[in-house]
Design a protein around this ligand. Structure first.
Ligand code: NDP
Length: 483
């Protein structure tokens, strides 16, 4: 497969190159080999992208929602048709197993384009009667949006930001993570092939400084970031200086509570999905697994048995279901946390080591007897490391589950119906699960509370973050004035 893109950037409907930018090597996580090279955007490229986006959006916004939606839905169909090719590329970009990428990455991007494409024609204001006078509201585009992505879901993030932005009549300049620059270019290419006017969806590569240049530019009306809390703080502050709209999808350290009456097999499945899918590199992962004392050993035994059946290997092999982490740097960060877990006295019950092979492979790792104040229970690791903590009492575990700066997600496994809903209501988190974990359908709002974010992606709620209301007062009679 050809992994080297035609050029680094996609601006105004075309691939654009500028080799004066800092080279960015694309490394395949499964082998450590270089598979492509792109260049970070120079100031001239940033200018070109923002100028194109600025010039293009008014005509796009003036089209009917039906016309805009038709293009997005066509792009969704094309993505589904090319799912295999896009999934192979996603696997090269991230190292995630093809078994995952074929099921969730391009298809979830297509879902977003289809959903918001279908919604575009329904985006209207309202009529408010005030006696004879009346007010009507117009739902209008914001203008130029900037999207900045993390490296774990490059196709999905490019679509989750692009689809609602475009449905509402905005243009977008998207900067993928420097670690995974390939997939968003394909999304741009497909959108243009589907009929998107030039300049509406642009992709430029770069490190954090390129993101910072975009966020502080006066031509930009909205910033949507998917990234860590520290980056979120910087980007939110920079956007605030220009009073820009923001969506912040940030990190988490989410709790998953397994009560004594839970179906253990399902709870183990949830814990596996919420800790080891994408080699643990999922923002909403339930990495603090609170297991009731009565079932703790049974849970750990079954978890270890099932982890032993993981197929770890070449991520392009459809049988592989556990791949490497995205980069050497990320692997070293995760190994550092594993060391800390041991040093601080947690009991290592599974894994804990780098695999003896090329690429950035770690064993799925489980710590038990983890205490709330240990580093591995407080900080986001973003790798395949699960912390199992004990509890006995519901009120106590709720306090502990919520005792974190993060509030992205939370899950509960129990067969007690009222307890399930009581616990979900008590979670300080934006996205909760009952007897399940990490489902993210486009129809449901997704996002965090507390330090995990601002705003929501997906669902009708996203429309509020990519459009604004204008009120128009209409007087039907004479205007009365005091003098
Ligand atoms: P980072 O926060 O390091 O980077 C996110 C993006 O921001 C990258 O494109 C990065 O560029 C860019 N960036 C860095 N500094 C700045 C700056 N000062 N101004 C503008 N842009 C900047 O996150 P990672 O890429 O390491 O991704 C992992 C994190 O993302 C985790 O915390 C995870 O929880 C979170 N995440 C959240 C999700 C959510 O929906 N809530 C979903 C997925 C991930 P560069 O790569 O070049 O540094």
């Amino acid at each position: 497969m050809q992994t080297q893109p035609k050029a680094s950037h996609f601006i105004n409907g075309e691939y654009v190159e500028d080799t004066a930018g800092t080279p960015i090597e694309v490394i395949y996580a499964a082998t450590g080999e270089k598979i492509a090279q792109v260049y970070s955007a120079t100031p001239a490229i940033v200018e070109q992208a923002l100028d194109a986006a600025r010039a293009a959006w008014p005509a796009w916004a003036a089209m009917s929602g039906t016309e805009r939606g038709r293009i997005l839905r066509r792009a969704a169909d094309m993505i589904r048709d090319r799912n295999h090719e896009l999934s192979v590329l996603e696997t090269y970009d991230t190292g995630k197993p093809y078994q995952e990428t074929i099921a969730v990455d391009a298809t979830s991007g297509a879902d977003a384009l289809e959903y918001f494409g279908g919604m575009a024609a329904t985006l209207t204001g309202e009529h408010i009667q005030l006696g004879d006078d009346w007010v009507y509201t117009r739902r209008e585009a914001l203008g130029v949006c900037v999207g900045i992505g993390a490296w774990n879901y490059p196709t999905q993030i490019a679509c989750w930001k692009g689809a609602p932005a475009l449905a509402c009549g905005n243009s977008l300049v998207f900067k993928p993570s420097e670690t995974t620059p390939l997939c968003a270019l394909k999304v741009a290419e497909i959108l243009v092939e589907a009929g998107l006017p030039k300049g509406i969806y642009n992709v430029i590569q770069g490190l954090g400084d390129v993101g910072a240049a975009l966020v502080t530019d006066d031509r930009v009306d909205k910033v949507s970031l998917t990234g860590s809390v520290p980056t979120g703080r910087k980007v939110y502050a920079a956007a605030a200086a220009g009073i820009k709209h923001v969506t912040m999808e940030l990190g988490g350290k989410s709790p998953m509570i397994v009560f004594e009456d839970a179906d253990i097999e399902n709870a183990v499945s949830g814990a596996i999905l919420g800790n080891f899918y994408s080699s643990g590199q999922v923002c909403s992962n339930g990495t603090r697994v609170f297991v009731h004392k009565d079932i703790k050993e049974a849970f750990l035994k079954r978890l270890s048995e099932r982890l032993a059946t993981a197929v770890i290997g070449d991520p392009q092999d459809p049988d592989t279901n556990f791949g490497p982490v995205v980069s050497e740097r990320q692997m070293d960060i995760v190994l550092g946390y594993i060391e800390k877990g041991q040093a601080e006295g947690a009991r290592l019950v599974y894994g804990g080591k780098r695999l003896d092979r090329d690429g950035f492979y770690l064993e799925p790792t489980v710590f038990a007897d983890v205490k709330d104040d240990m580093t591995i229970a407080r900080e986001e690791i973003f790798g395949p490391v699960m912390a199992v903590l004990d509890f006995e009492d519901e009120a106590d575990v709720m306090k502990r589950a919520n005792d974190t700066e993060f509030g992205l997600a939370a899950g509960v496994f129990t067969n007690d119906l009222t307890r399930a809903h009581r616990v979900a209501a008590g979670f300080e988190a934006g996205t909760c699960f009952i007897n399940s974990y990490n489902d993210a359908p486009v129809e449901a709002p997704f996002g965090g509370s507390k330090n995990s974010g601002v705003g929501r992606e997906n669902s009708k709620a996203a429309i509020e973050h990519y459009s604004q209301l204008k009120s128009v007062y209409v007087r039907m009679g004479d205007v009365e004035a005091p003098f």
